[in-house]
Design a protein around this ligand. Structure first.
Ligand code: BG6
Length: 509
């Protein structure tokens, strides 16, 4: 006889089966902004198309701009059409946009929250959202503390009638360790850590999650994944694009705050962490925090030996001449903002002692590529003539584009002699799996509604990452030095020297 209760439990625990979130409302603050139209709404539309959201799911956009519900819906549809010409299904759109609403209001005023609260209660009655709310802060980060405070004062830090309330914060989360701590304190006056979802879209990328799959579902890597066999690690997040229309934001942030503190440090943590006991929010995040704890703090008077700040000048990308950073619209002509960062980091623990982690990111580099390259130590002895010139083994996890894994190995060139040459063994996800790779925001928004914070950043993670970078931030705030590189190159000379001093060189991905 089948125990039905057991079967249901087993089914619900089966990670291969899609879970459907409970009913609820997603409230987006800063709804008239770029992120909502470019990322959030397309991801929600796709989730609706894939039937991953319940019927009782609503979106309420909040921002200062005066708009009716319909005007908001039309604006979103136009943006979606712009992204996917001819690719938006009217049926899917209609079933999605009937659940999209808009409320214009000043987020500094208490009455906006009273109105929102009333509106959400009304939706609970009419749409069955059951008092569950996710508040997504897609507004300027300077507004975060005040929005959180007002939500709390209005009693919206708890769901209605036993429902839940969750808070999502976009990056950047603070400007340095002190401000991140302050922000965490401000937020936790009203929301508990379990309600807070700090988003880093890199964690929603399939291939970033695959770093864990590769490491912890294959027994062959574990024994070699340490200082015994690894010579060094290189992590690259390269972009072709320049600063674009984001001058205001970027002048304040620079590449260190925009990419290194979050995306790059997260990728580094996943690469270096110990195997978690389980793939859940507690264990995974605990292991990442341990990596950040073990990361060596760069002494402030030695920053120049460990960090390079670069900025692009006029140059050529894919055959097109592009302006230098200081020539871009709304950028100060004497700006020292970093559009490129290279760092040498060490993880001072048993596994990684003495292994340098070289990380770099930059705008206006020759191509868009994100990868992790684990370079192994050379063989102890070369029995074949000429084998001394062989390249070492390198395992490359390609996050984007052309997602996959490749391993560089030495192989015999066919023929009568015994010539050895380096060749790549490649796995391309695009050909290995038929499934479509969902966009990062799809995964993260779904996890948010499901109440699974595993792929979101915990307070001590964000603080830990700032703590590692704080000496560099302080040093660069004082020094006016910046190393220039022509757009379309792989960064300044100083970045090359950072590795050359150690007898190594950057890969050309
Ligand atoms: C964002 C940064 O977080 O990530 C942008 O603010 C950057 O400056 C972007 O362009 C890169 O994301 P992706 O997914 O294109 O690698």
């Amino acid at each position: 006889m089948i125990d039905t209760q057991l079967s249901v439990d087993v089914l619900q625990d089966d990670t291969r089966l899609p879970k459907v979130p409970e009913p609820g409302a997603m409230v987006i603050f800063g709804a008239s902004g770029d992120l909502t139209a470019r990322k959030l709404v397309p991801a929600l539309y796709d989730l609706v198309a894939r039937r991953r959201l319940p019927m009782e799911f609503v979106v309420v956009g909040v921002s200062r701009t005066q708009m009716s519900h319909d005007e908001f819906r039309k604006k979103l549809r136009k943006a979606l059409d712009g992204q996917r010409p001819g690719g938006v299904s009217d049926d899917v759109w209609d079933s999605f946009c009937g659940n999209v609403f808009y409320l214009s209001g000043d987020t500094n005023k208490a009455e906006t929250y009273e109105e929102l609260k009333g509106f959400l209660k009304k939706l609970d009655g009419e749409r069955g959202t059951q008092g569950n709310r996710a508040f997504y802060l897609a507004s300027s980060p300077t507004l975060f503390p005040s929005i959180v405070e007002k939500l709390g004062e209005a009693g919206m830090n708890r769901g209605e009638n036993g429902g839940w309330a969750r808070l999502v914060l976009e990056k950047p989360f603070g400007r340095d360790l002190a401000s991140a701590r302050e922000l965490n304190i401000d937020i936790r006056r009203y929301f508990e850590e379990t309600q807070i979802y700090r988003i880093d879209h890199y964690l929603g990328k399939e291939t970033v999650q695959n770093i864990m799959a590769l490491r912890f579902s294959n027994s062959i890597f574990e024994p070699i994944w340490s200082q015994h066999y690894v010579d060094h690690v290189q992590i690259t997040v390269a972009e072709e694009l320049g600063v674009g229309a984001r001058a205001g934001f970027y002048e304040e942030a620079g590449a260190l705050r925009d990419i290194v503190q979050n995306h790059l440090m997260q990728v580094l943590c996943l690469t270096a962490m110990e195997p978690p006991v389980a793939f859940d929010a507690g264990d995974v995040r605990e292991e990442k925090v341990k990596v950040l704890k073990a990361a060596r703090r760069i002494p402030e008077d030695e920053v120049e030996n460990f960090a390079v700040r670069g900025q692009y000048t006029r140059g050529w990308v894919w055959g097109e001449e592009v302006p230098g950073y200081r020539e871009e619209k709304n950028i100060a002509p004497d700006s020292t903002t970093d559009t490129f960062v290279a760092l040498k980091l060490f993880i001072d623990n048993w596994r990684w002692a003495g292994v340098p982690f070289y990380v770099r990111t930059g705008k206006r580099l020759p191509k868009r590529v994100t990868e992790i390259a684990i370079q192994f130590k050379p063989t102890p002895h070369a029995p074949f003539a000429g084998a001394g010139n062989l390249e070492p083994n390198v395992l490359v996890v390609r996050v984007q584009p052309e997602e996959g894994v490749s391993l560089k190995i030495g192989a015999k060139v066919p023929g009568s002699g015994f010539e050895i040459r380096s060749v790549n063994m490649d796995l391309l996800y695009g050909t290995a799996f038929l499934e479509e790779v969902p966009d990062a925001y799809q995964r993260l928004l779904l996890d948010l509604m499901l109440g699974d914070p595993t792929l979101f950043i915990r307070a001590d993670e964000t603080e830990g990452a700032w703590d590692v970078l704080d000496p560099v931030i302080r040093f660069w705030a004082e020094s006016k030095e910046v190393s220039f590189y022509p757009a379309g190159s792989w960064g300044p000379e100083e970045a090359e020297e950072l590795l050359m001093r150690d007898g190594r060189k950057w890969r050309r991905p």
